[in-house]
Structure formats: C-alpha cells, structure tokens
Design a protein around this ligand. Structure first.
Ligand code: 6PG
Length: 254
C-alpha cells in the first residue's frame, strides 16, 4: 500500500496535524474495537505533538473532538537503557509532555523497563508483556501484535525506533523486542526496540519528521529512491502509512 505524504509549512503545523490524526485514528479504533493501542517514539520531534495532544484544545471531552483516554493504551517503540526518571528516558519524556497531563489509567501505560540489566531482560519482559496483552488470538498476522498505530521519527542516518543501519536486529523475524546499540557517538547507546515485523504488522504507521537536518534522508525516502538499507526504508507496514513532514525536511519533494 502506498504511503500518504503530508507536507506542512512548519514543524508546528506538522505536529498539530499529526496530533489531530492521532485523535482520529484513536477514535476510530475505540469505536471499532473498544481500545486504541499506540506505540510511541521518543526523540525531540514528537515533543510538540505530545504537548498538543495533552492540551485542552484537542484532548479531554470526547464530545468536543477529544480522545477517550480511558480507552487508550500507550506502548513504546523504543527505550534507552536508563532508569524511568532519567533525563534520556523516553518514558520520562512522555510522562512530562503527555501522560501526566491526561486522564489515562496508570495500568494503560506499558513501559519498557530500561533500568533492567542486562538489556536483554528488559527486551524479553517487554515482548512477554506484549504477548500477554495482545494474546495469541489477536486479529493480526499470527506472530506479531497488532498496534493500531506506531508513531516513528527518522534519524539523520535513517534509523527508526532504535533500529540502526547495519544492525543485526534488522534481520530479526522471531523476536518482538530486542536490545540494540546505537552507533558510537550517539548518547545512550544501549537501547531496547520493537523489531521490524512488529512495526510492519501495525494497522497504521505514522512518520513525523521535521527540520532541514532530515532533508537528505527524507527527500529520497519520499521519492522512493532511498537506500534500501536505511531502516526507515524497511518499514513496509501491512496497514496504512502516512508521513507528516515540514517543508524544511521535504525540500522539493512536493
Ligand atoms: C528515540 C527514537 C528515535 C527518534 C529518532 C529521531 O528514542 O530517540 O525513538 O528513533 O525517533 O532518533 O529523533 P529526533 O526526533 O530527535 O530527530
């Protein structure tokens, strides 16, 4: 299925469009299946989207265009191997920008235990939790959980979640979550990530990418001429894929 690409004039507009779509996709999932299961990414780009989601203009009252947060389950596309209150923790970031500001039941927040050592333990624990949550009878492909939405950013090297170019984890076809390592020079190299079969089994993948630094990666990806070894190029979601990018990242791709 081909991707829908939305190019927005600014990063702010991209963030609010992505937030609006999050609410639309979530509301439809809740209406159809009684719950909305979303795996979210960290990094800097989605912060504004999370803040907008937490803001009163979009969340809150379901009758006024908001999302019924009591039916939402939040998962994580990846995590750094740090304690949950660490400045680099994706969980801490999401708590601050979104989770502490909405009415979501605590038991609907399914974090990766980045503080567990070794990281393999945390990856296995996360995979086990996914297995228990989604159950063997979930409607998706037999061996992967079916998230209603996976939200991804893209790194300047083409990574998504914590799947980095050249990583053996890109070949994984059995495990749902793995410990990986970011390349040298990247802060917090030890990571836990969902694997490609899980990301690709989602009902919907949404990319949110902004800023001129991403131009050399986003432009070829949108034109279909990206390096097939870039993890972002390996995201071939079974469901729908949509991109929200700003003009700085898209360049002349319009
Ligand atoms: C993370 C992410 C990662 C991120 C990209 C883009 O935890 O860091 O899940 O995959 O989305 O690195 O990050 P920026 O939005 O900061 O550019």
């Amino acid at each position: 299925m081909s991707a829908q690409v939305h190019i927005h004039r600014s990063a702010e507009l991209a963030a609010s469009a992505a937030a609006r779509r999050f609410i639309e996709i979530g509301s439809i999932a809740i209406e159809r299946r009684g719950r909305f299961c979303a795996a979210l990414s960290g990094g800097t780009t989605p912060i504004r989207m999370y803040e907008i989601l937490a803001g009163s203009e979009l969340s809150g009252n379901a009758n006024h265009g908001g999302l019924r947060w009591e039916s939402v389950h939040i998962f994580f596309a990846d995590e750094r191997c740090v304690p949950p209150d660490h400045a680099d923790s994706n969980y801490a970031l999401m708590r601050r920008c979104l989770l502490d500001r909405i009415d979501i039941p605590e038991c609907h927040i399914h974090r990766i235990k980045g503080e567990w050592v070794p990281g393999e333990l945390a990856a296995n624990d996360y995979a086990l939790m996914l297995r228990e949550f989604f159950g063997a009878g979930d409607a998706g492909p037999p061996n992967a959980p079916t998230f209603d939405l996976v939200l991804l950013g893209v790194g300047e090297d083409g990574h998504v979640a914590s799947l980095f170019p050249g990583s053996a984890a890109l070949m994984e076809d059995r495990r749902w979550a793995m410990r990986t390592q970011a390349p040298e020079g990247v802060a917090q190299r030890d990571r836990i990530t969902l694997t490609l079969p899980v990301i690709n089994a989602a009902r919907q993948v949404m990319f949110l990418v902004t800023g001129a630094k991403k131009l050399s990666i986003v432009r070829p990806l949108l034109a279909g001429s990206g390096d097939p070894r870039w993890p972002a190029a390996m995201v071939t979601c079974a469901g729908a894929t949509e991109w929200h990018v700003d003009e700085a990242a898209a360049g002349s791709a319009e």
